[in-house]
Design a protein around this ligand. Structure first.
Ligand code: 5RP
Length: 225
């Protein structure tokens, strides 16, 4: 089975966790895209589900599929959010932001009654930071000062796209902080968020109610004990 087929398996499995009718947080990235496409089929078949997108890409996709969307300001009552991840630890903490969308993703994750993370098994690690740097969204104003403070936690690399700074949906930049394996993700998250100029980190600590992992032996459902 290819990685894409595994992502699709996880995406389809998330459908079983949706309410009969209600509001769904729409994640970002390639796995979330597969989920949104599946959700579009349910809506086209008459299921009364609306979405709140975590990125402009997910918004465009949902609109193209005819999924009704709530406005951008809320307040929202989101029943379930389904999103991908870059790394999932044994404790089911998560690094997100490979697509640079972690700020909106975190806002919607926190506004959701239940959070489902969908991944293929390549995303699993014992500890966060073993495979991924932590993406941090930073205001452009004073960004070199913010960057030097973030470097207390590891080398900081400005994320680029086509040779220019990657600009997020909110007009900010991303620094990827190569922390190495993280012992205390909640503490690191709080330390990074305390730096003026940091908008949001890609550390999602204790925010996954259910992780659906597709691997060679089929689908596994991971929940915190
Ligand atoms: C975007 C994200 C994505 O969910 C994460 O990068 C995983 O993406 P993919 O499903 O393409 O591997 O956090 O900001």
């Amino acid at each position: 089975m290819s990685t894409n087929e595994r992502k699709l398996e996880a995406a389809k499995a998330a459908l079983a966790h949706l309410p009969e009718s209600g509001v769904v947080g729409l994640g970002s990235g390639s796995t979330a895209t597969l989920f949104i496409q599946e959700l579009g089929k349910l809506v086209a078949a008459g299921r009364k589900l609306a979405g709140v997108p975590t990125s402009e890409d997910s918004r465009r996709l949902a609109e193209s599929l005819g999924i009704p969307l709530l406005d951008d300001v809320g307040p929202w009552q989101i029943d379930v959010c389904v999103d991908g991840a870059d790394e999932v630890s044994d404790d089911l903490d998560v690094i997100k932001g490979g697509g640079g969308c972690q700020t909106r993703e975190k806002i919607i994750n926190h506004a959701s009654g239940f959070n489902v993370i969908i991944v293929d098994d390549s995303k699993l690690s014992a500890r966060l930071g073993e495979k991924w740097a932590v993406p941090v969204e930073v205001l452009r104003f004073g960004e070199n000062t913010t960057r030097s403070r973030l470097e207390a936690f590891g080398p900081a690399t400005l994320r680029l796209r086509d040779g220019a700074p990657w600009i997020t949906d909110s007009g900010n930049v991303i620094y990827d902080i190569a922390t190495g394996p993280i012992d205390h993700p909640a503490k690191l998250d709080a330390q990074m968020l305390a730096i003026p100029g940091v908008v949001e980190t890609g550390l999602f600590v204790g925010r996954a109610n259910l992780v659906l992992v597709a691997g060679p032996d089929g689908l596994r459902q991971l929940k915190k004990q």
